[in-house]
Ligand binder design. Structure first.
Ligand code: NGQ
Ligand code: ZN
Length: 456
């Protein structure tokens, strides 16, 4: 049955509007939006309405590694690369059941935190010995089942991974669970299409990185993508990666990618942290989305994305929870803006015309995040998926705020700004509780305790 919601304040593509009525059709899309309407017999939304934030980059299984990488490596030397070793250690113990349980917990947490659709960059395909499961799509099917359980609109990005470094370096034993031929990859993509369609999930492709994928493979992986679907790739996250790319090709990673692939609006370049001005300009002009994961990038010591220069060129960007060490779109936006403030020694840098920084960032990230997920979503407008967040009007940090409510939620003393979340027209989170959160958490707890016991 169609729903009509009414909110005293809502963030529409045009900015803040008062007394907004939103009709949601049975198919989970927005059928009508009207500002300046009396409530009538519409349902009271329960607070300010904003679009749910598409999460453009997740490795759901890494949720189980959160809080387990707090010890510096030997000699006090710790980095992205030692964290990766620790993370691979966990990969070695991940079985299909755990994959599903952990992903469901991560997706339920995302909905509670205000995320809508999720793009899952999924690369653990095989068993711990690197042998394909009897069903080659086993692990992908577990990710789909987790999204189904959590009510998450999923964009599944099976990852192609082949090498341990630039120039076709062979993969390490720890990477053998990720590796397959381009032929097997194309078969996997085909096999996923009907599974995904059954729950209205989208299938794209993800060549892991220029480190892990050779140029001819990159072409074949993109050719294997369903027409018009998203193409995501990690790029220029670490200085060692930039140096490795220069040594291999004479070009920087973003420069190489833009020079060798027809990068357009289908593409999402994840991280793109290290760019020179000409790369920043060229990426902005391509129409691709820069997939930022500011809290993960901070956690891993990646560097600072050139946000000010990129936004000045009209570059599109969105955010993702990536390692799921933090699952909170408000925190991602805060980290992004603060990184720019620290670098430029100024304030309110990721701003937008006529809106406060919080609202401008939310709108920009939601729109481009939806593009990266390959969905019509991320905006309260007719035809978009009804992925909506109701901010908590009983949260002290938000009290008394109108047009500044997102600034209070992002930059203020607020831990839990989200009250309700609607995904594809259904209330998945009510009063901070996920509709299936107890069952999902019970399974997660059993799983994580089992895996912790098995820790070497
Ligand atoms: C990943 N994560 O694939 O999970 C990567 C680490 C790599 C981030 N880059 C592995 N944040 O890039 O080689
Ligand atoms: Zn990633």
């Amino acid at each position: 049955m169609a729903t009509c919601l009414h909110a005293p304040l809502a963030l529409l593509p045009s900015g803040w509007e008062r007394d907004v009525a939103v009709s949601v059709a049975d198919d989970g899309t927005i059928a009508a939006v009207h500002a300046g309407r009396a409530r009538g017999d519409a349902q009271d939304a329960g607070g300010t309405l904003v679009p749910a934030m598409p999460n453009l980059h997740s490795h759901a299984f890494q949720r189980a590694v959160a809080g387990r990488s707090g010890q510096a490596g030997r000699g006090g030397e710790d980095s992205f690369w030692t964290w990766r070793q620790a993370m691979y250690g966990f990969v070695g113990r991940l079985d299909p059941d755990a994959c599903e349980a952990i992903a469901a917990q991560a997706y339920a947490e995302m909905a509670k935190a205000g995320y809508g659709a999720v793009a899952e960059f999924h690369y653990v395909h095989h068993d711990p010995d690197g042998r394909p499961y009897a069903d080659r799509a086993e692990m992908s099917a577990r990710v789909l089942a987790a999204a189904q359980a959590a009510g998450t609109p999923l964009t599944l990005l099976p990852v192609y991974y082949a090498h341990g470094g630039f120039g076709g370096v062979p993969p390490t034993p720890a990477q053998r669970r990720f590796v397959m031929s381009t032929g097997a990859f194309a078969t996997l993509v085909e096999a996923l299409l009907p599974l995904a369609a059954a729950q209205r999930a989208i299938v794209g492709v993800a060549p892991h990185s220029l480190r892990a994928v050779a140029p001819d493979e990159l072409d074949r992986v993109v050719a294997a993508s369903p027409a018009g679907s998203p193409v995501h790739i990690h790029v220029a996250e670490q200085i060692a990666e930039v140096d490795g790319c220069l040594a291999w090709s004479g070009a920087r990673p973003v420069e190489w990618l833009l020079g060798h692939c027809a990068v357009d609006a289908r593409w999402c370049l994840v991280h793109a942290t290290h760019m020179e001005d000409r790369e920043t300009h060229a990426l902005a002009a391509s129409g691709a989305v820069a997939g930022l994961a500011p809290t993960t990038e901070a956690d891993l010591g990646d560097g600072v994305f050139p946000g000010v220069a990129y936004a000045a060129q009209g570059g599109r960007w969105g955010v993702g929870s990536d390692s799921n060490t933090i699952v909170d779109p408000f925190a991602e936006l805060r980290q992004l803006e603060y990184s720019q403030r620290l670098a430029h020694r100024r304030r309110n840098l990721m701003h937008g015309a006529g809106l406060s920084t919080g609202a401008a960032m939310w709108l920009a990230a939601a729109r481009s995040g939806a593009q990266a997920c390959g969905r019509k979503a991320g905006a309260i407008e007719v035809g978009a998926q009804a992925d909506l967040v109701v901010l908590d009007r009983d949260e002290a940090a938000l009290a008394g705020h109108g047009d500044t409510v997102l600034d209070a939620a992002i930059f203020g003393p607020c831990r839990a700004p989200v009250r309700h979340t609607m995904l594809r027209g259904l209330w998945v989170v009510r009063d901070g509780h996920h509709r299936d959160g107890d069952r999902i958490f019970a399974r997660y707890r059993r799983t994580i305790e089992r895996l912790a016991k098995a820790e070497p």
